[in-house]
Design a protein around this ligand. Sequence first.
Ligand code: FAD
Length: 461
Amino acid sequence: MAKIVILGAGLTGLSTAYHLEKNNFFDFTIFERESTHGGLCRSVKHDGFTFDYTGHLLHCNNTYFQTVLNEILPPTTRNTLARKSYIHSHNHFVPYPFQMNLHGLPTEVIAECICSFAKRNHQHNNPQSFHEWVLKYFGTGIAKHFFFPYNQKLLQYNLKKIHPSWTGRFVPKTTIKNLFTGLANQENNSVGYNHTFLYPKQGGIQTFTDNLRKKITCSIKTNYNATNIDLKKKIVSFDNGHTEKFDTLITTIPLKNLLQNSTQPSSCNIKKNHRYLRCNAVVNFNVGFKGTSIDKHWIYFPEKKYPFYRVGFWHNFSKSLVRPEHGALYGELAYLPGQLREKELNQRVEKSIEQSCQIFGLSKNKNIVSQKILHLPNAYVIYDHWREKNLPALHKALRDHSVYSIGRYGAWNYSSMQDAILDGQKIATKLLHQFIPAQIYKKKREKKKKERSSEAHAIVL
Ligand SMILES: Cc1cc2nc3c(=O)[nH]c(=O)nc-3n(C[C@H](O)[C@H](O)[C@H](O)COP(=O)(O)OP(=O)(O)OC[C@H]3O[C@@H](n4cnc5c(N)ncnc54)[C@H](O)[C@@H]3O)c2cc1C
């Protein structure tokens, strides 16, 4: 039995392991459902192209993350790119962010956006929903032409039932001055959390995850799908028959699944809540084509006539992702599980591929050479009011049983790769402070460290 059991070897699980080992703590075991580590930060090789599970770009605004990043993905091994991102509206590419760059849109749309921004409703001083939050900060015009249709398509959920906390640091606000400078065609394009970003030179985003994995000496038990978590007995059971006892459980699997698959003591009544946790799913379609003239990174599509919400281009992140003289497009469309029949979903995907290729002048007869569809069964957590009110109590109840549910789906939030690394660091620091009296574990640690370094060497050879 290991003192700490980690469920999931995505970035959060790997970061936890990395930070425990960095502090000379080795008494833990990681279990992963898939045959390899990485979670959402894996890349797929197909027909000479490399596709991530949709665009995964590294953004850094934290000094500690910067240090880890420099160690895991040193500057010489990554591209630093200045965002070229747009919103496709009225057959025009509006530079991102929409709320600052209205130049080029039809005059009546510009007038509607500016007038309603000036008259925006100050009744919503304390917005209770994302819908009200948008009206408070942007007015009805910008809401109508961008925020409402885009977020509706992305989240597939009634925006009046979404809590405003969903926006966080991700949505840049605007001012009358920004609106006018944007109108004079002076692009306000260095705003927002992602105006520059990093991407591995080789191998897709998986290089970042693989490099992190290489820093960890412990082996990862892959093909271990946790099917039951007994909170009272502190035992995790897996679908291959294995059971593992734990003192402390760090879980990065979706909170919804954790609750659904838990056995709870009579004093704790949280299992039933899995029904109220909502998350959408995303289909990521990828198309490889001849030619590389498209220079955009990614484009948002708010208009209803397009089923997809975003399209991007792999070859502009790194040339290594595509065949020589080729480019590759990716697109994303979202749905709520249970909302669509498979046939209807497939039709939407087909339509999305057709429309997005048409917009960028790609055709099967002319230049398309490859296609790959990837599924993300959990993508964007829905910040509804139930979540806002009840999530802290769920986490507390789990913590009371020494279970820490962290990472994007463990914590059940909207977070980035940076957050995943920081989540792992935080939980490792917390636990190390909590229960590692150095003398007790010193001998055990040294022994495990020795064992693992000989294991690691054996693997390298
Ligand atoms: C559409 C989309 C686009 C994104 N784009 C970006 C971006 O551009 N930049 C950015 O910084 N972030 C982006 N992210 C966020 C980023 O993907 C996550 O923050 C990060 O990958 C979360 O890592 P994690 O380890 O918490 O979760 P995961 O990657 O989901 O890892 C969880 C692991 O648990 C395993 N697991 C699940 N169930 C079980 C089980 N029952 N038993 C054992 N193991 C199990 C899974 O297989 C997986 O390996 C994006 C996310 C999405 C959905």
